[in-house]
Write a protein that binds this ligand. Structure first.
Ligand SMILES: NC(=O)c1ccc[n+]([C@@H]2O[C@H](COP(=O)([O-])OP(=O)(O)OC[C@H]3O[C@@H](n4cnc5c(N)ncnc54)[C@H](OP(=O)(O)O)[C@@H]3O)[C@@H](O)[C@H]2O)c1
Length: 340
């Protein structure tokens, strides 16, 4: 008999609707996780706005989840049953650590995602929850912390004492970058559109910061901090070339997003003459995910959480993200009938 469960279903161009959908019978190698908490990523907002490739409605978004393994398919190690897990949302990354293969997908589109009471994922994508974290904290990790880990260490190669710039510090990935970089003993400077967020970032270990709404932010930052060994950005847009000006000769400029679109121009002569390294990065390999969890556990990293919402109020969380109101992750909690 197939079990039904509640999910946040998105139809073209609309708000979420709570609907009951059926849990599919589990194929070999798959596991059904009773989701206790899920976190929102900008990707979910792009999907809701219809601005993401490969949209097919209706769909259940959500890439991040933590919960309890409730059912397993054939061939799955039975000791997963009942365990607290966090889910790696990178599906079919492929064999190379260098880049994902052609079958790579992110949980939450096209596969049914974690904004639901249950999610079905390959058992290979399960990992034990770091014991110092709650379900809400663990759910904040997967997509953002893996992206941050790969950007900072695997691709960015950050070293202790290096000067790092993180732009748009209120963002979910940006705050993991800050937590990880401080733990790795880098010297961190940040930008934000909010002075209050700049203050909060300094409480978390940033040395200084500037407001990107000031037309002279790059000059102000250079006065405060000098040039950077590494900058990590996800805004893109018209100010991206300023990151080249802020880079030392031979520096690294790592980027994983383009919230503001493509830069209108790229100063190629500056890039080659000053031996700058432009480094693209996306999500992370299974090894990045495992290394990230190991780092979080070893360094007792706590995700910065802006707010926790009952999943019935997901719409509120998405509107807060749309206005860039958040400082850290927005987390949804699922209270099933048996928890009520
Ligand atoms: N390639 C990948 O694997 C990958 C993974 C994750 C995310 N992404 C992309 O990366 C971006 C961020 O994702 P997220 O989930 O961290 O989003 P998020 O939590 O919504 O954060 C977005 C942040 O962008 C900052 N921002 C807005 N305008 C800016 C500007 N002019 N200059 C600098 N920063 C600006 C804001 O920072 P303040 O609030 O401090 O002003 C805002 O908080 C999105 O475009 C997302 O699609 C890509």
């Amino acid at each position: 008999m197939s079990k039904s469960y509640r999910a946040l279903v998105l139809e073209a161009g609309g708000a979420f609707k709570i609907k009951r959908i059926s849990l599919p019978s589990l194929q070999a190698g798959m596991a059904a996780v009773r989701v206790r908490a899920a976190a929102v990523n900008h990707r979910d907002l792009w999907i809701q706005k219809g601005q993401y490739a490969g949209l097919k409605f209706p769909l259940v978004p959500g890439s991040d989840g933590a919960g309890l393994v409730e059912q397993i398919g054939a061939g799955v190690e039975p000791n997963w049953l009942g365990r607290k897990v966090v889910i790696n949302p990178s599906l079919d990354w492929g064999p190379s650590r260098e880049a994902q293969g052609n079958n790579f997908r992110i949980l939450g589109l096209p596969e049914t995602g974690t904004f639901a009471e249950y999610v079905v994922v390959p058992a290979a994508n399960l990992a034990a929850m770091p014991p110092h974290l709650s379900f809400e904290e663990a759910a904040a990790l997967p997509l953002a912390a893996t992206t941050a880990y790969r950007a900072l260490f695997t691709r960015g190669g950050i070293r202790p004492g290096e000067k790092l710039l993180i732009t748009g510090i209120g963002g979910g990935v940006a705050l993991f970058l800050l937590r990880f970089a401080v733990a790795a003993k880098a010297r961190v400077f940040v930008t934000s559109g909010s002075d209050d967020k700049l203050r909060k970032a300094m409480e978390l270990g940033a040395e200084g910061g500037v407001n990107y709404r000031d037309g002279k932010w790059a000059e102000l930052l250079q006065e405060k901090a000098g040039l950077f060994d590494c900058s990590i950005d996800s805004a893109g847009g018209p100010d991206f070339p300023k990151l080249c000006d802020l880079s030392r000769a031979g520096g690294r400029l790592v980027f994983f997003g383009a919230t503001l679109g493509n830069p209108p121009d790229l100063p190629l002569r500056k890039v080659f003459w000053r031996q700058l390294n432009l480094i693209g990065t996306t999500m992370g390999s299974p090894q990045d995910f495992a290394d990230m969890l190991g780092f979080v556990e070893r360094e007792k990293i706590l995700p910065v959480i802006d707010g926790v919402y009952p999943f019935e109020q997901a719409e509120e969380a998405l509107r807060r993200m749309d206005l860039a109101g958040q400082f850290g992750k927005l987390v949804l909690t699922m209270t099933g009938p048996e928890d009520a």
